[in-house]
Design a protein around this ligand. Structure first.
Ligand code: NAP
Length: 251
């Protein structure tokens, strides 16, 4: 097993973040399970601890600067120096452009882009001092364009530019920065999309799987596995990349 690191996973109360936290914990890392509400992190933390791992619940809003700084203080005090960061927290506020409100735009870009910026800026101090770091930003196939998601696709495409720029700036300190870009993954987020479209989730999953070359919907563990690779010691020569985790080619 590679060296034990302190890993921070945002939006880890459920979905892709929870699966990633469990995956990194089972690889031997100590995990800060960060989400809006510390209580909501309990399930993820308990499953890690009962499997023999170490996890700390951290309540924070990634889009709020003071909240992010407090979270890092709690992580450093509770677990140690964080050298792995997965910027996974996310929300959707889908609407066609002519119906999209300024609040819809600001909320989505605030969590994904401002959140990743604030978290990465706070984390890089620890990583550059340690001369080791791994940042993974969770983008999306929606970065390539998706009807009804002008805010979300702009944020997810923005994250890809952010990823490449941080990779250039931080590489000389032993810090790699990459993105994973999932396609359809079966989580509460896609369940809420099905609900908004007036479709049963099972029908939505089946319709999505029919468009996917590997003929199934993605699971949170599919993304967690890709993140696991990118944060590994051995992936130190992979940086500034966007790894699509979508069951097939994307363009
Ligand atoms: P999810 O089940 O909705 O989980 C997202 C988590 O992020 C929730 O626990 C949410 O907390 C938390 N969160 C939201 N705003 C936050 C904030 N300001 N600060 C801290 N935590 C916050 O979603 P998911 O499907 O696992 O998605 C995880 C990531 O993958 C997102 O970035 C998403 O855009 C991306 N992604 C998902 C898919 C997919 O098909 N599911 C595809 C491509 C990319 P609350 O519950 O309290 O809101």
């Amino acid at each position: 097993m590679s060296e034990t690191r302190i890993a921070v996973i945002t939006g880890a109360a459920r979905g892709i973040g929870a699966a990633t936290a469990r995956r990194l914990a089972s690889d031997g890392h100590k995990v800060a399970v960060l989400d809006l509400d510390a209580e909501a992190c309990r399930g993820t933390v308990d499953s890690i601890v009962s499997a023999g791992g170490t996890a700390l619940a951290v309540g924070a809003d990634v889009s709020d600067e003071a909240s992010v700084l407090e979270a890092f203080e709690a992580i450093v005090n509770g677990l140690g120096t964080p050298t792995i960061l997965v910027n996974n927290a996310g929300i959707i506020r889908d609407n066609l452009l002519f119906k999209m409100t300024v609040d819809d735009w600001d909320a989505v870009t605030g969590v994904h882009l401002r959140g990743a910026f604030l978290m990465s800026r706070a984390a890089q101090r620890h990583m550059t001092e340690a001369k080791f770091g791994r940042i993974v930003n969770v983008s999306s196939t929606s970065a390539l364009g998706n009807r009804g998601q002008a805010n979300y696709s702009a944020a997810k495409a923005g994250l890809q530019g952010f990823t490449k720029t941080l990779a250039i700036e931080l590489g000389k300190f032993g810090v790699t920065v990459n993105a994973v870009a999932p396609g359809f993954i079966q989580t509460d987020m896609t369940a809420s999309t099905a609900e908004r479209m007036g479709m049963a989730f099972d029908d939505f999953i089946a319709a999505s799987a029919a468009q996917i070359p590997v003929a199934r919907a993605g699971q949170p563990e599919d993304v967690a596995h890709a993140v696991r690779f990118l944060v590994s010691e051995e992936a130190g020569f992979v940086s500034g990349q966007v790894l699509y985790v979508a069951g097939g080619p994307t363009d």
